[in-house]
Design a binder for this molecule. Structure first.
Ligand SMILES: CC(C)(COP(=O)(O)OP(=O)(O)OC[C@H]1O[C@@H](n2cnc3c(N)ncnc32)[C@H](O)[C@@H]1OP(=O)(O)O)[C@@H](O)C(=O)NCCC(=O)NCCS
Length: 239
């Protein structure tokens, strides 16, 4: 049996997924500047507190996958996909609710919803971000989105990908990406992703192609000298 398996997420997984995500991104020097005055574990805990509530956001379009270590049951990776949502309403009547339903967070009970809201209310995540030493670092990326030949909302986007440091280099991210791409192909959607350097090879190997890129000197605030971001697409037919 392969050591890792791709599974769908439940609200009970929310804390671990969200705290793991912070631990994973903490190895990104520029991202870490968002929380310059806090420690990794404090940020991870506060992210965890709002994990369930995050899984309940925009259920019409967000789809969640996690990788699990089959032997230990530990969650070792996470990917969030966004269904194309140009022109959608995101409310309860949105027809997107019916697409790829297995990866959509299940309808919560009143008790689960309340628990998720209470957790999010306790989280200091947004407060911790006030230490950000690079508040403008994403502005060039937003400019890149504006000049793209096609709006990124028209793609099924890989919106988030994270594997904790101790599990890297074992093909876990590749498995998560491939699983989502299989679904995109089945549904007939082109896929897009905003890539950061650590994931560039993973996406190139999965068949994404670079459409545009920006490089920013983020060293003034403690980030990388060459902070790169790439918009990449994988289309069913050549664009
Ligand atoms: C990017 C990430 C998800 C990859 O996870 P993973 O499970 O180790 O990926 P895989 O094992 O499937 O593939 C690893 C590939 O990524 C490359 N890679 C890993 N870390 C890298 C880094 N810091 N810089 C450049 N390449 C890196 C490896 O060289 C490897 O490529 P290779 O097989 O050609 O040698 C993980 O490093 C991570 O969570 N990083 C921090 C968060 C992040 O940047 N997420 C992506 C946002 S777009």
């Amino acid at each position: 049996m392969p050591p890792f398996q791709i599974q769908y997420c439940t609200l009970a997984d929310g804390y671990t997924i969200a705290s793991n995500n912070v631990k994973a991104f903490w190895t990104d020097q520029t991202w870490r500047c968002t929380f310059a005055t806090s420690t990794r574990d404090v940020v991870a805990h506060n992210s965890g507190l709002r994990g369930a509530s995050n899984l309940l956001r925009d259920r019409a379009h967000r789809r969640h996958l996690m990788a699990v270590d089959v032997e230990t049951g530990e969650i070792v990776g996470y990917a969030r996909w966004l269904l194309p949502r140009a022109g959608c309403s995101a409310d309860d009547d949105d027809p997107c609710h019916k697409i790829w339903t297995e990866a959509r967070t299940a309808d919560p009970s009143e008790e689960q919803r309340k628990e998720a809201e209470d957790g999010a209310a306790k989280s200091q995540f947004a407060v911790l971000m006030q230490g950000n030493t690079l508040p403008d670092v994403d502005a060039p990326i937003e400019k890149m989105f504006e000049r793209l030949p096609r709006k990124r909302e028209t793609y099924m986007q890989l919106d988030y990908l994270a594997v904790p440091e101790e599990y890297r280099g074992k093909g876990i991210a590749t498995m998560l990406v491939r699983r989502g791409l299989e679904e995109a192909e089945r549904l007939g959607f082109d896929s897009g992703v905003l890539a950061f350097r650590a994931a560039l090879q993973v996406y190139l190997k999965a068949g994404y192609q670079i459409v545009d890129e920006v490089h920013t000197d983020a060293s003034y605030g403690g980030g990388e000298k060459d902070y790169g971001a790439w918009f990449m697409v994988k289309c069913l037919e050549k664009e």
